[in-house]
Design a protein around this ligand. Structure first.
Ligand code: CP
Ligand code: NVA
Length: 311
């Protein structure tokens, strides 16, 4: 267990398959045993900063509740309200905050910003979403797949839509966990080539596979899990041409027909009904999006516990 102590989560690239599995197992245990003293006092006397450059509902609340549930105090910092909003360098902010708090959770427009924060901080840094990655979301999604499909290694999933932070993160966690991940995106909106290459290489070691394609029907055929995300992410330029390119990637009942009969539907939320997903699918019996949202809390408690508690 001690090997996770003091570690950051900027990208799940930095974590091994067994480390990810350990976090998921602890999350499952915490979900069923929320009141044990070992959890409630694990971070007693500690403080964790939460820095948000972009809006958030789930991440902000679930991290704050997770920190409190472990006995620590959250310190919430709005980007615009802090000196970061007036241009204080991240290098200085990282070193100053490291003198006060035991960990930092950050949601930022640019991935490089979070990498720089980690470089200069002397406490663990946790990525609460960047343009490149959303690691805690896909940890929650993995727990949800484990619960509903029953297993992770060998599970088949399709992500259909924009080749964004979620697509990148599904490829990485899927590869690490031996899953078969199909990604269907329009030609012009494919995930980043270096993350595809990284994930494919990683999948070779776990028996998983990563395939990137343009046909949503081909991607969804026979899978256990169908996932999508918004057409236009925070910080993206909203363009008619992008929406037009993504329109054929809507997850609707006709597309779900190609997946396994008992396939589950995932969406990190917030969802846009009638755009990337229909009301029928989002509110239908295959949708487990609120279990998925709940699982943010449990995986985040688990990661904070493993990285920040003193054993
Ligand atoms: N899924 C997710 O990260 O939601 P928020 O933007 O509300 O935090
Ligand atoms: N891809 C979305 C996810 C929101 C939780 C975004 O970056 O805005």
């Amino acid at each position: 267990e001690a090997r996770l102590q003091g570690r950051s989560v900027v990208s799940l690239k930095d974590w091994s398959p067994s480390e990810i599995k350990q976090v998921l197992m602890t999350a499952k245990w915490m979900k069923t045993n929320p009141k044990v003293a070992e959890i409630q006092y694990a971070l007693k006397g500690k403080s964790v900063a939460m820095i948000f450059e972009l809006p958030s509902t789930r991440t902000r609340v679930s991290f704050q509740v997770a920190i409190q549930a472990l006995g620590a105090a959250p310190v919430i910092l709005d980007w615009q309200d802090s000196q970061l909003g007036r241009g204080e360098p991240i290098e200085d902010t990282a070193r100053v905050l490291s003198r006060y708090v035991d960990g930092m959770i950050v949601r930022a427009k640019s991935h490089q910003m979070v990498q720089a924060l980690q470089k200069w901080a002397t406490v663990p840094v946790f990525n609460a979403l960047t343009d490149m990655a959303h690691p805690f979301q896909v940890l929650a999604d993995a727990l949800t797949i484990w619960e509903h499909v029953g297993y992770l290694s060998g599970a088949k999933m399709a992500y259909v839509g924009d080749g964004n932070n979620m697509a990148n993160s599904y490829m990485i966690i899927g590869a690490k966990l031996g899953m078969h991940v199909n990604i269907a995106c329009p030609e012009a909106w494919q995930p980043s080539a270096d993350i595809i290459a990284y994930a494919q290489q990683e999948a070779e070691m776990t028996g998983g596979s990563i395939q990137v394609m343009t046909d949503p029907v081909q991607a969804v055929r026979g899978v256990d899990v169908v996932a999508t995300d918004v057409f236009v992410s925070m910080g993206d330029v909203d363009s008619a041409s992008k929406r037009q390119a993504l329109a054929p990637y809507q997850v609707n009942a006709a597309l779900m027909q190609h997946a396994k009969e008992n396939a589950i539907f995932l969406h990190c939320l917030p969802a846009h009904r009638g755009e990337e997903v229909t009301e029928e699918v989002l509110e239908g019996p295959q949708s487990v999006v609120f279990d998925e949202a709940e699982n943010r809390l449990h995986v985040q408690k688990s990661v904070l516990y493993h990285t920040l508690a003193e054993f």
